[in-house]
Design a binder for this molecule. Sequence first.
Ligand code: MEV
Length: 445
Amino acid sequence: MKSISGFSKLSKTGKLRWVAENFFKAPKLVASELTSFWHGDNHQQKVFDDFSENTLSNYYMPYGVAPNFIINGKTYCIPMVIEESSVVAAAASSAKFWATRGGFKAEIIGTTKIGQVHFTWEGSSEKLNAIFPDLKAALHEKSADLTKNMRNRGGGILSIDLIDMTHLEENYYQLKVKFETCDSMGANFINSVLERFGQILQTFMFSSPAMKGKERDVIIIMAILSNYTPECLVRAYVECPIEDLGTFDGGKTSAELFAYKFDKAVKIANIDPYRATTHNKGIFNGIDAVVLATANDFRAVEACGHTYAARDGQYRSLTKTSIENGIFKLWLDIPMAVGTVGGLTSLHPLAKRSLEMLGNPSAKDLMSIIATVGLAQTFAAVKSLTTTGIQKGHMKMHLMNILNHLEATEKEVNQAVEYFKERIVSFTSVREFLNNSREVVVINN
Ligand code: MEV
């Protein structure tokens, strides 16, 4: 494989040509294919190009919607960006199911975010604790210029704590800082404040008359937000009398049996990490799709969700169920650090439209919407798993992918959809079906 120095300094076309020529058998074809995915409007393309380094083209993903979501009595049409067949359909079917059973409910449990300044210091922790009140005052005072706008919006620094970690790592301490970042995800704000805190801490210790010799030297290891935000938490839930659940799988599964199996399925995900991982993946199918559609940071949301799922030391289901006094309840508690201002939310044209479609929500509203879609998604997945099985619906959607791959005509698509209604879909079976029908056409001609 070829390598190159100064790649980032090449023009976009130069980069594209270099990649096409060095890694593909048909460079001209590949270059023109990649170019064909450029946006028709140069100005818009420049905006996409500037999101990242070394952009060659745009990578298309389906942008769909799941309508009829009732959340806290309000109806939403929810934008979703996802490539996996059946995720949007599943969300939409859950939305329809719960619309006639009281809809989804969501409540914000907290919105606090966290950042840390990690540092080492060789003095005694008593001495550090003794000067901490003065240090804390200096941290607030000397970062006031950075926090002013956020304070005006009702947010800012909530608390600053000194954490002694020396029992785990020699000389290691943290400043643990809690923030309220209002409608922004707040990463840039938090990181700017933390980096300033690092400087303030060093200067403060260096110039403190109470410190002697080595005590004046603080080594800042790093200053960065934590993507683990267990206090930026939302709960989404659904509940209804068991008999209102109705029957499933053409009447084969009664409401009682469904509630029993669903409850057990969630409990299994709670005790078995193998199942928990797949169960939570089903939740993130919905969550990631909305996080992406609104240009939020899906890696942060995922990382945090998985840490939260393992908060007691074992990886568990993010959802819980209860069956009490004849009421079936399913709920999802999930940390959700997202924003509706700042970042790419207004730079990405479709993210902007997504937010508009959602009625320009506050960050709290968006937390509720995203958690609800995660809940809806797992409801649909576990409903299928505990009744018909997942493959029936899944392969029906996948059929279109296979037909597109095999370049089926519209007529062939219609015939295949009819033929596979009651048959097992696989790549081989679809190819055989198409080959057979194409042979028949040739013979008849
Ligand atoms: C597939 O993308 C997601 C599921 O596996 C989730 C689950 O098993 O709960 C169906």
